[in-house]
Design a protein around this ligand. Structure first.
Ligand code: HEM
Length: 399
């Protein structure tokens, strides 16, 4: 077992603000890290994290996706992100075709409309990139696809924020988060009943009508399964893009030359999005549990333990990426797998949508704020499970 003194606490200021020095020490000194405080293992090297993400048999998702769930061993809701094959394959195949690049291309106008709508309303003198913009548009896009009534769409994200929020040093979801989870479930349940009575041209209606083969018998999804789909898509589709766009603006404030380069050559934007996913992955770690004893780097991860796959660290691993600690929007894409959108069977279903939203958002922001500065005194970060990013990112547009 390692003798390193490095401490990794995913519910601490160090993690929320900048875990990268800690990650480096973990990669060098404790590639199989064990947290006594929270009783989990963590992998941080690119080779180990990517191999684990591919090996869903050894690293299972079936006990849930955050530390609280995996540690508790309580039954988990029927969400495909918390399933192993064959259940996962069955569920994912139901929605795969809605999220192909071609199908997502058809959402382009919705994305542009929502981005223009929110950016058109902001005050360039007093603009919080997260609260006035990046928190608002992604949830509108995904909930419109789902068929959530207009008046409930922003509520989806406000309830989600409460479910992800964590107090320092605490793995457990606060009371407010539990209540928000129940409210979200009830809200979707009512929306589903409304769709059952009045079918529409949207995903919730499609999920009501779809039939799937369960052990040779064709069955429909029940209300709980459809609620699961809706809350997973509504959640995953909202929170992460918000974080990526917020992270982008603060990162570019530190690298104004690259903002300028991108402004002059918009064809660099897609590559910039990939680099942002590598540089500061909105989802920093995934939680799995070990289904068997795992021997790795002279350590044993015993069976039935939570294992954090720290993709935020893997993406900064100098063993995989040249100059891993420099932000470079011209970086080639062939060095190593960028893990920012996941890898393996659970890799991001919404990847094409996420990329499109981020590219359009950056393109519009380049026009809106060709030059800008961040008000660093008022920058604040979220304290959430699994994700990192800014809660407030106030900027001033320079003339
Ligand atoms: C920048 C934005 C995004 C990032 C960084 C991101 C990241 C990720 C990651 C890392 C995973 C893997 C989870 C795991 O292995 O346990 C994932 C899965 C997933 N993502 Fe995204 N995501 C983004 C946007 C979206 C969007 C817009 C949607 C829209 C629907 C979405 C839906 C999903 C779903 C449903 C899964 C679970 C897939 C499965 O279990 O098979 N994501 N995402």
């Amino acid at each position: 077992m390692t003798t390193s003194t490095v401490v990794f606490d995913p519910f601490s200021d160090d993690f929320f603000n900048s875990p990268y020095d800690t990650y480096r020490r973990m990669r060098d000194e404790a590639p199989v890290y064990y947290s006594e405080k929270y009783d989990f293992y963590a992998l941080t090297r690119h080779a180990d994290v990517s191999a684990a993400m591919k090996d869903h048999v050894t690293y299972s998702s079936a006990r849930g996706i955050d530390l609280q769930m995996v540690r508790s061993n309580d039954p988990v809701p029927p969400l495909m992100i918390m399933m192993d094959p064959p259940d996962h394959r069955r569920m994912r195949s139901l929605v795969n075709k809605v999220f192909t690049p071609r199908a997502i291309e058809r959402q382009r106008q919705t994305v542009v409309t929502q981005i223009d709508r929110f950016l058109g309303a902001v005050d360039p003198e007093n603009f919080d990139v997260v609260q006035d913009f990046s928190a608002l548009f992604p949830v509108e896009v995904i909930t419109e696809m789902l068929g959530v009534p207009v008046e409930l769409r922003q509520k989806v994200r406000l309830l989600l924020d409460k479910q992800l929020a964590r107090e320092y040093g605490k793995v457990e979801m606060p009371e407010e988060g539990i209540a928000a989870g129940i409210e979200t479930g009830m809200m979707y349940y009512e929306v589903i009943q409304e769709h059952r009575a009045n079918p529409q041209d949207d995903m919730i209606t499609d999920l009501i009508n779809v039939e799937l083969d369960r052990d040779g018998e064709m069955t429909k999804l029940d209300d709980i399964e459809i609620t699961g789909f809706a809350s997973l898509l509504g959640g995953a589709g909202a929170e992460t893009v918000t974080k990526l766009v917020g992270n982008a603006i603060v990162t570019f404030a530190d690298h104004p030359d690259q903002w300028e380069m991108m402004r002059n050559d918009r064809s660099l934007i897609p590559n910039a999005v990939e680099e942002l996913l590598r540089w500061e992955a909105p989802a920093q770690y995934l939680v799995r549990y070990s289904t068997r004893d795992i021997a790795l780097h002279d350590n044993i991860i015993p069976a039935n333990n939570p294992v954090l796959l720290c993709l935020g660290s893997a993406n900064r691993d100098e063993r995989a990426f040249a100059n891993a600690d420099s932000f470079d929007i011209t970086r080639g894409r062939t060095e190593a797998q960028n893990l920012g959108l996941g890898y393996g069977i659970h890799s991001c279903l919404g990847a094409a949508l996420a990329r499109m939203e981020c590219v359009i958002a950056l393109d519009k922001l380049l026009d809106f704020m060709p030059r800008f500065e961040v008000d660093r005194d008022r920058l604040t970060r979220v304290a959430m499970t699994n994700v990192v990013g800014w809660h407030h990112a106030p900027v001033r547009v320079l003339r």
